[in-house]
Design a protein. Structure first.
Ligand SMILES: [Mn+2]
Length: 264
């Protein structure tokens, strides 16, 4: 048996550029599972694009409404706030947001270790990535990378949800990406398989969206590992599904540390 491959995995970076810069130290391979952008910080409402645009009080109220599942009221509050900063037309908002997203991506991709294997989270804008990825940043979505005689599969993005985050995919399109992988030894995705314990967030107190297609894939293909993020405070951070060890790699923005695993 050869030497193990030590992989460091970071997911849900949400603006933590400083910590990201050191996240590959000591690893053979660095993997980032997305959600680079910070729109809102549920722990620190003074951080993120919403707070920068509308102030921390607005961000806090917006967070409260969304946490309570009052999405329509949250949207109305946000409409008001846009009027407040002199951008009443919906059509004018994107250019303001895009400039702020670009400023974050510039910092984050500069801090991103290289080489790295990357895929998208639901809080990412794939169309902007080509402007920021560096030469040794390999973006993989619905595809397989050969690694030391193993097949590592990657599926990025989230599924359609009431949160209306930027990169949400219809379940049938997501399932098609999963199906296109073929068999893999290690599966990397942003979102978890649809297992209640893995998708329930004990702090937000709600079920987030997991993927039925991922669950069926894991049950059928039985990769050695399925590594994912997305749920910041999961009810269960790991679980066996048959032979597969399913692991939530943790909330990088909260811990500042990558998940480390030796794979042989
Ligand atoms: Mn996410």
């Amino acid at each position: 048996m050869g030497a193990p491959v030590r992989v460091h995995v970071a997911s849900d970076v949400h603006g933590a550029a400083r910590e990201l810069a050191g996240a590959a130290t000591g690893s053979d391979v660095f993997v980032c599972l997305g959600d680079l952008i910070c729109f809102l910080d549920y722990h620190d409402p003074s951080r993120g694009i919403f707070a920068d645009l509308f102030g921390p009080d607005h961000a806090l109220r917006y967070i409260e409404l969304r946490t309570a599942g009052r999405y329509e009221e949250a949207r109305a509050l946000s409409d008001q706030a846009w009027v407040g900063i002199g951008v009443p037309e919906r059509s004018g908002r994107w250019s303001v947001m895009e400039a702020m997203v670009r400023a974050q991506y510039e910092k984050l991709f500069e801090a991103m270790p290289a080489p790295a294997l990357l895929t998208y989270g639901n809080v990412d804008l794939p169309a902007l990535w080509p402007d920021y990825v560096r030469e040794d940043h390999r973006v993989v979505d619905g595809d397989v990378v050969e690694m030391d005689g193993m097949r590592w599969g990657f599926v990025g993005g989230g599924l359609v949800s009431p949160m209306r985050t930027p990169y949400e995919i219809a379940p049938e399109d997501y399932a098609a990406k999963v199906a296109s992988l073929g068999p893999v030894d290690v599966l990397f995705t942003h979102i978890p398989p649809a297992v209640p314990e893995l998708v329930y967030d004990i702090e937000a107190r709600r079920f987030e969206v997991g993927s039925q297609a991922l669950l069926e894939y894991v049950q059928r293909v039985q990769p050695r590992y399925h590594l994912f993020g997305h749920i910041h405070q999961p009810l269960a951070a790991r679980m066996r599904i048959g032979r597969t060890e399913c692991i939530n790699v943790g909330h990088f923005a909260g811990t500042g540390r990558p998940f480390a695993l030796d794979i042989r």
